[in-house]
Design a protein around this ligand. Structure first.
Ligand SMILES: *Cc1c(COP(=O)(O)O)cnc(C)c1O
Ligand code: SF4
Length: 383
């Protein structure tokens, strides 16, 4: 069976193509499209950042005071998406430190989801009956300023050693109730193809493992990582799900489009886990536009997360009403495929709790009075 090559149709043309920042304008396309080059050229210092954007006084101070706690790291690709003159650019807010990171509220946690407490062995969080989170690295191409796992991510002393990986695999192997493994980090795609193949092949050899997911933001921050070699490796271990993290329509570029196309063509199912962030995506219009673009990239909006109570990210947190209002403005008004679940990951390790607008007006025994998306009431009577 043959099909039209997706990169030749007119859907891709609707995605944004950015200009390279001046310092990389003359760089070779071969380098720019090479993920190792992108990793090596990451922006980590103020001197480098100043060459790419007009840094504000606040950003300069915030960087000086925060980088010891949580590094800055921005791939040249992700930096090319930043509006260099707009301090409120959504890409910039996610990647350049702000003073808000230094404010720690008394109710905030270092480990808000108690991921360490629910670890039977280091590197595996087993909270739900049939699935686990499996940490395989602490590196990421871009350090997202809103990261919930700041306590570990970017800290080289917490790097996942081979011994820990082996212990995790042994745990998963001996727990037959586990059927779904969320391979996480950091970003698991920071591992080499060889190390990833080792993990995937070990998991696929376990008869009780049905599916696994790679939880990665590389589609957003380093789409060059999705090479032919990588997808050819992954497709040997299907069913493989990819859980990614787009937060704003500006992140939906032709490069991301191509990376998603490769994975989808290779048979991966791609889901998106957006984090609700103040000043970035906290309005229904932005989320709807993002979700429409995601569907065109064959990515299904899966979750909207209420921002966790992690230390130093309160400047990103919105009222919960904002999230419920977003769902109210999606459900019915656009494709059901574009409507994710809005969840609060309960502080203290309670797990994900879904929240929805209330569609039940009143219940009288077998008679339910319900409202639709247009606020019109209807009655359903049970037999
Ligand atoms: C989010 C999460 C999962 C996966 O949850 P799903 O609702 O199946 O996507 C598994 N384990 C832990 C600890 C999690 O936080
Ligand atoms: S990619 Fe994920 S783990 Fe890495 S910094 Fe961003 S939010 Fe944190």
């Amino acid at each position: 069976m043959s099909y039209e090559i997706v990169t030749k149709n007119n859907v891709r043309d609707r995605f944004i193509s950015y200009n390279k920042p001046t310092i990389w304008r003359d760089c070779d396309a071969k380098d720019w499209n090479n993920w190792i080059w992108q990793q090596q050229k990451r922006i980590k210092s103020m001197e480098q950042l100043e060459k790419v954007i007009a840094v504000t006084e606040e950003e300069r101070t915030a960087f000086a005071k925060s980088h010891e706690m949580f590094n800055m790291g921005i791939t040249p690709y992700y930096a090319s998406l930043i509006d260099k003159n707009d301090p409120n650019c959504p890409i910039r807010l996610q990647s350049v430190p702000k003073m808000g990171e230094l404010h720690i509220l008394p109710e905030e946690y270092e480990d808000p989801l108690a991921e360490e407490r629910d670890m039977p062995v280091p590197g595996v969080t087993h909270r739900y009956p049939d699935r686990v989170l499996f940490y395989t690295t602490h590196n990421c191409p871009v350090y997202c300023r809103h990261c919930t796992r700041k306590r570990k991510v970017s800290d080289p002393s917490s790097a996942t050693a081979q011994k820990q990986l082996e212990d995790g695999l042994v745990y998963i192997e001996s727990h037959k109730e586990i059927r779904d493994v969320v391979i996480s980090g950091g970003d698991p795609l920071s591992n080499s193809d060889e190390r990833l193949e080792y993990i995937l092949s070990r998991l696929r050899a376990m008869d009780h493992i049905e599916v696994f997911r790679l939880g990665t933001r590389n589609l957003v921050t380093l789409p060059q990582r999705i090479t032919d070699a990588f997808v050819n490796m992954v497709k040997k271990y299907h069913p493989v799900f990819i859980h990614t993290h787009f937060n704003h329509p500006k992140e939906c570029t032709q490069e991301s489009f191509d990376a998603c196309a490769k994975l989808a063509d290779a048979g991966c199912v791609i889901n998106n886990q957006m984090v609700l962030l103040k000043g970035i995506n906290d309005d229904p219009k932005t989320v709807k536009m993002l979700n429409h673009k995601l569907l065109m990239m064959r990515v299904r909006p899966y979750y909207i997360f209420q921002c966790d109570m992690s230390q130093g990210i309160s400047h990103f947190r919105t009222p919960i009403e904002v999230g419920i209002n977003i769902i109210e403005n999606l459900r019915g008004w656009t494709s059901g495929m574009a409507v994710p679940h809005y969840v609060v990951d309960a502080p203290g390790g309670g797990g994900k709790i879904p929240l929805m607008p209330n569609y039940v007006v009143k219940r009288d025994n077998k008679k339910w009075e319900l409202r639709n998306f247009r606020q019109q009431n209807y009655t359903y009577k049970e037999p």
